[in-house]
Design a protein around this ligand. Structure first.
Ligand code: A3P
Length: 285
C-alpha cells in the first residue's frame, strides 16, 4: 500500500485512498436530495455529521448511537466507504475532504446541497498536528514548528488549507452551498442548527434542538463510540497516542504558537486571504 496517493495535485493518505477510489469520487453521480459535508481536516467534520444526523432523525439519538459516523455520512473518496455509499437511502449525508476543483463539475451538474465547514486555521494546524500522532496513515509530524512550516507551505497531506478554503468559497455562486464555521457551532449550536434546518428545508420537530444540543456536545460525542473513532483498529489509529475527540475548544493555538510563529502565520494568512471576500461569520483571530 502506498503511503501517499497523489490526485489532481493533492497528496492524500494511501491507506484510505486509491486512484480508483478518488476517480470514483470525482465522477460521482449526486442525487438532488444529497447533502455533502465538505471540510479541510480538523475543521469540525465529525461534529457536523452528528448535527445533521440528529436533524434528519428529528432528534432521535438512536441512529447516532448505533451506527458509526462513516456509515451515516460516508466519505466519497475513501476505499472503506463504498458499501455504505451504495446502501444509504435518500436523503444521503455524504462527506469529503477533497478540494472543490475535483468535485465541482459533478456537483454543478446536480442539485445536491453542500455544507462547507471552516475553522480558524491556527486551531486547525494545532488539531492536525496532534492528529498526526494518532493517525497511522499520516506521516510522523516531528516538531510542531516543522509541522507548522509544512502546513503554511501546503505540503501536508490534504494540501493547502488556503487553497481548500478559497476553492470552496469560489463555488458560492455556482452551488447550493452554506458556509458554517466551527466557531459559530461553539458559540451558538441552536442557532447553527436553525440555519442548517432552513437551508436544508428540514423542519425542526419539537424537542429536536434540545436533543441535538445534548447529543452533539463535546462530552457526549467523546463518549459515543459511534462518533469518537475508538472502533478504528490501532494499526490505523493508535488510541494510546491521543484521542480523536481531543479538546474541542476555540483558541487552543494560543497555548501552542510562539510570538514568531504567530507573526509568520499572520503574514502568510494576509498574503493568501487578504483579498478574499469572506462570509460574515468568518472566525479568524
Ligand atoms: P481538537 O483536536 O481541537 O479537539 P474533524 O472532525 O474535522 O476531524 O475535527 C476534529 C476536531 O473537532 C477536534 O478538535 C475535535 O475535538 C473537534 N470536535 C468534534 N466534535 C466536537 C464537539 N461536539 N464540540 C467541540 N469540538 C468538537
Amino acid at each position: 500500500m502506498k503511503v501517499t496517493e497523489t490526485f489532481e495535485g493533492i497528496a492524500l493518505p494511501g491507506h484510505l485512498h486509491t486512484q480508483e477510489s478518488l476517480g470514483f469520487a470525482a465522477a460521482f453521480t449526486f442525487r438532488p436530495t444529497d447533502v455533502l459535508i465538505a471540510t479541510y481536516p480538523k475543521s469540525g467534520t465529525t461534529w457536523m455529521q452528528e448535527i445533521l444526523t440528529l436533524l434528519y432523525s428529528l432528534g432521535d439519538a438512536r441512529p447516532a448511537k448505533t451506527i458509526p459516523n462513516w456509515e451515516r455520512a460516508p466519505w466519497l473518496e475513501q476505499i472503506y466507504c463504498r458499501e455504505a455509499l451504495r446502501d444509504t437511502e435518500s436523503p444521503r449525508l455524504l462527506t469529503t475532504h477533497l478540494p472543490a476543483h475535483v468535485l465541482a463539475p459533478a456537483l454543478q451538474r446536480s442539485k445536491a446541497k453542500v455544507i462547507y465547514v471552516a475553522r480558524n486555521p491556527k486551531d486547525v494546524a494545532v488539531s492536525f498536528y496532534h492528529f498526526h500522532h494518532l493517525a497511522k496513515f499520516l506521516p510522523d509530524p516531528s516538531s510542531f514548528d516543522a509541522f507548522l512550516t509544512q502546513f503554511l507551505e501546503g505540503t501536508v497531506h490534504y494540501g493547502s488549507w488556503f487553497e481548500h478554503v478559497k476553492g470552496w468559497l469560489g463555488q458560492r455562486h455556482l452551488l447550493d452551498i452554506l458556509y458554517v464555521t466551527y466557531e459559530e457551532m461553539h458559540q451558538d449550536l441552536r442557532g447553527t442548527a436553525q440555519r442548517l434546518s432552513s437551508f436544508l428545508g428540514c423542519p425542526l420537530a419539537p424537542g429536536t434542538l434540545a436533543a441535538l444540543e445534548q447529543h452533539c456536545s463535546f462530552s457526549a460525542m467523546r463518549d459515543n463510540a459511534m462518533a469518537n473513532y475508538s472502533l478504528i483498529p490501532a494499526e490505523i489509529m493508535d488510541h494510546s497516542q491521543g484521542r480523536f475527540m481531543r479538546k474541542g475548544v476555540v483558541g487552543d493555538w494560543r497555548s501552542h504558537f510562539s510570538p514568531e510563529q504567530n507573526a509568520l502565520f499572520n503574514r502568510r494568512y494576509q498574503e493568501e486571504m487578504g483579498d478574499v471576500e469572506l462570509p460574515s461569520q468568518w472566525p479568524m483571530a
